[in-house]
Design a protein around this ligand. Structure first.
Ligand code: GEK
Length: 240
């Protein structure tokens, strides 16, 4: 059952930095569906990409798993034997809430409440960072991705979905306006949009696709493509 997100619906005296706490976990599936254009299609893509790249006797990782939607998507795509999914999130509220969502999952999911940077990645054939890397400080993104790369099998697939920015200022303004229109069309008021934007300031830090691609290539990924875009939200893949 989806609970409506109205966290920013009333004027707040003080807007503190966005946190994935109890309040957010309760409304998260509604919040992300109404805030991230293409979220549902990206999850479908994750199932298909998993079916194509998962290897037998391997691990699949959902890093920053929230309610486990990407784990569920991966599980629907797994067509090889002896594959384990690890869903990792450092928000206890998200992990608690995700137990309800993952009840009907086909493959075993190991739910871990931890900072994913502290968890060793091993024998990974598919790794998903679905809108998580954007919450990691930009200066440590290279190290984080290097650690993931190390734990991946040859031929392993990394899927990264992110909000991005554009080098061209006209394109930036154009895509941002469309994202704003998307949120309004999904029932968010101007007040909700502006209060949430303030809360995310300095918490969600987007980069350009070129910055992501250059870093992934520098780390050693053989190929890196963008496979999905909906306004200023994209999903890319990198192959080891
Ligand atoms: C989905 N992937 O529905 N370690 C573990 N978890 C983290 C860390 C960290 N260092 N930093 C942030 N998180 C999901 C959606 S939401 C994206 C991902 C959004 C977690 C954080 O607690 C939150 O649950 C998630 O990453 C980001 O497919 O809200 O835009």
């Amino acid at each position: 059952m989806t609970v409506k997100d109205n966290i920013y619906a009333r004027p707040l005296e003080q807007i503190s930095g966005f946190r994935f706490d109890e309040k957010v976990a309760r409304v998260f599936s509604d919040m992300i569906a109404r805030s991230v254009p293409g979220y549902k299609e990206i999850l479908q893509g994750i199932s298909l990409l998993t079916a194509y790249h998962v290897q037998p006797n391997s691990h699949c990782y959902d890093l920053g798993s929230s309610l486990g939607a990407a784990s569920l998507a991966m599980s629907q795509g797994i067509n090889k034997s002896n594959v384990h999914i690890f869903a990792i999130d450092n928000s206890p509220a998200m992990i608690r809430e995700s137990k309800k969502y993952l009840k009907e999952i086909i493959h075993p999911v190991h739910l871990i409440c931890a900072d994913f940077r502290d968890v060793k990645i091993t024998r990974a054939s598919v790794v998903v960072l679905n809108f998580t890397l954007q919450f990691i400080a930009p200066e440590s993104r290279q190290t984080v991705l290097q650690q993931i790369f190390k734990g991946m099998l040859p031929g392993g697939l990394l899927i990264i979905s992110e909000k991005i920015i554009f080098e061209n200022s006209e394109e930036q303004a154009f895509q941002e306006a469309l994202h704003l229109a998307f949120k309004k069309a999904h029932g968010y008021s101007n007040l909700e949009i502006s209060q949430k934007r303030n809360a995310l300031e300095n918490v969600l830090i987007p980069e350009t696709f070129a910055a992501h691609q250059t870093r992934l290539q520098r780390i050693g990924f053989r190929k890196c493509f963008q496979w999905y875009q909906n306004f200023n939200f994209i999903s890319m893949v990198a192959i080891k």
